[in-house]
Design a protein around this ligand. Structure first.
Ligand SMILES: Cc1cc2nc3c(=O)[nH]c(=O)nc-3n(C[C@H](O)[C@H](O)[C@H](O)COP(=O)(O)OP(=O)(O)OC[C@H]3O[C@@H](n4cnc5c(N)ncnc54)[C@H](O)[C@@H]3O)c2cc1C
Length: 426
């Protein structure tokens, strides 16, 4: 290793988020002896995943564990999960992220209940360009003890996109009445068999969206309908066909992902789920009878449906507000790093055709600032953990001055599947 980083004299690298990618970043930093601080807004590692802990991953365990993190865990009494099994989100947290966050190597680095609210260069706002690279980076963090500024040698933002849902409105803006309809909105991944069951049993739910979250929610509702036959499920998509979500079926190298699409198609074909295509929601109107009137207007026809609940699985977008004082180079369409965007454009690529990439693709004009993990994909929905693990291995090598290792990106991604783009032919 050609390490040129001098951790004893330098400021720490600040990692935003203790999800799987934030922790993998920390594991790589620790392995290279680089000082690090991980700031996590939740009260435990994997806090965002805990929100959808009831959902099953479509990747088995062997595609879900970061190699540097595994090395650290294997020095403890951690028992590696069955590599072929599909974990739930809750198991990813309980059997991987929590044990990792509690290791002697990582535990001292992580600060919980610490929400990053801004980043910058010390003493320089975004409009000042001269000598920026000689000033430390600055991370502003809000915690129960107040607001603090932390100086950093580098920032790796692995804060994900969970919690930044796209609005339901067809134009990327909230539909008319959306903000007044929160009582009917149940989020992208409600816990259909657990805490949210009563909202769906014997009721009419509209699921909106054409990604894995929509598929998961529809299939959970279809299963509920088996024991609660008056349950009604409508699925609305903007486009004219759902075939891209039906995916690669048995040809998918992630069988869990293939099965999701196959089961969804079967539920639609059997009439358990009513599919409404070309449904672009323009307004939500609470009704006197307690239902919500959901209206779609498009040039060809207007349609409306009255429902008891609406699960908006409309995808996520990154929160860029905390990076506003830094000089980023982001694609105007996807809000992903500009060199990465063409590689992940959902109109062209499935998650299996994304090339391996690392520091050079993720860099910005602002030196030593990187966005990694789910957030690096901006609005593209095809991120896989294995991609993120390779991203941060490379980024940490680059920060360490180990250019050879940073450039040697190597990753085998599962092919085909439900995340194929509309023009990719699958
Ligand atoms: C339902 C679902 C199923 C998925 N299934 C798979 C799968 O099978 N295989 C796969 O490879 N990928 C899957 N993914 C995609 C992806 O791997 C996960 O979303 C993964 O959690 C992304 O990891 P991350 O570390 O980038 O972000 P996150 O897991 O979202 O972690 C980000 C962390 O940052 C924290 N944070 C956010 N903002 C701040 C802030 N301002 N300050 C401090 N902390 C902050 C959050 O609390 C969170 O703990 C799935 C995603 C979803 C939603």
């Amino acid at each position: 290793m050609t390490a040129t980083h001098s951790p004893s004299t330098e400021l720490p690298v600040v990692v935003i988020g203790a999800g799987p990618i934030g922790l993998a970043t920390a594991a790589n930093l620790v392995t290279r002896g680089i000082a690090a601080i991980v700031l996590e807004q939740g009260n435990h590692a994997g806090a965002a995943i805990s929100d959808w802990g009831h959902v099953a991953f479509f990747s088995p365990w062997n595609f879900s564990i970061d190699p540097a993190s595994r090395e650290i865990l294997e020095r403890t009494d951690w028992v590696s999960p069955d590599p072929e099994r599909l974990p739930t989100g809750a198991e990813i947290v309980k059997d991987y992220l929590l044990p990792l966050s509690e290791t002697a190597e990582l535990a001292p680095l992580i600060r919980y209940n610490s929400r990053v609210i801004g980043t910058s260069r010390q003493g320089l706002d975004s409009s000042r360009t001269i000598g920026r690279e000689h000033r430390p980076l600055l991370v502003r963090v809000e915690s129960p003890t107040g607001i603090d500024d932390i100086l950093a040698s580098a920032i790796i933002d692995a804060s994900g996109t969970w919690g930044q849902s796209n609005p339901i409105g067809a134009s990327g803006l909230p539909a008319q009445g959306e903000t007044d309809s929160s009582a009917w909105l149940v989020g992208a991944l409600p816990d259909v068999f657990g805490r949210d069951r009563a909202r769906f049993a014997g009721k009419h739910t509209l699921v909106v969206g054409k990604g894995h979250s929509a598929a998961n929610t529809i299939l959970a509702l279809a299963e509920l309908k088996e024991s609660e036959p008056t349950t009604k499920i409508t699925w609305a998509i903007r486009g004219s066909s759902a075939s891209s979500l039906y995916g690669g079926g048995s040809a998918d190298e992630l069988p869990g992902r293939g099965a999701l699409g196959t089961r969804l198609k079967a539920a639609v074909d059997a009439g358990t789920v009513t599919l409404r295509a070309d449904f672009s929601i323009t307004s939500l109107t609470p009704q006197a009878n307690g239902q919500l009137l959901v209206t779609s207007s498009n040039p060809d026809r207007d349609q409306s449906i009255s429902v008891d609940a609406l699960a908006a699985a409309t995808g996520f977008r990154p929160d860029l507000s905390i990076l506003r004082e830094l000089h980023l180079s982001l694609d105007p369409v996807l809000e992903a790093p500009v060199a990465l965007a063409p590689m992940i454009d959902p109109n062209v690529h499935s998650c299996g055709t994304v090339s391996p990439h690392g520091a050079s693709v993720l860099e910005h004009p602002e030196k030593n600032v990187y966005i990694a993990g789910m957030k690096s994909y901006g609005r593209a929905p095809t991120f896989l953990l294995v991609t993120g693990y390779e991203q941060v291995r490379s980024v940490v090598a680059a920060i360490d001055g180990d250019t050879a290792s940073a450039e040697r990106v190597n990753l085998l991604l599962p092919e085909t599947g439900a995340c194929c783009g509309s023009s990719s032919g699958c």
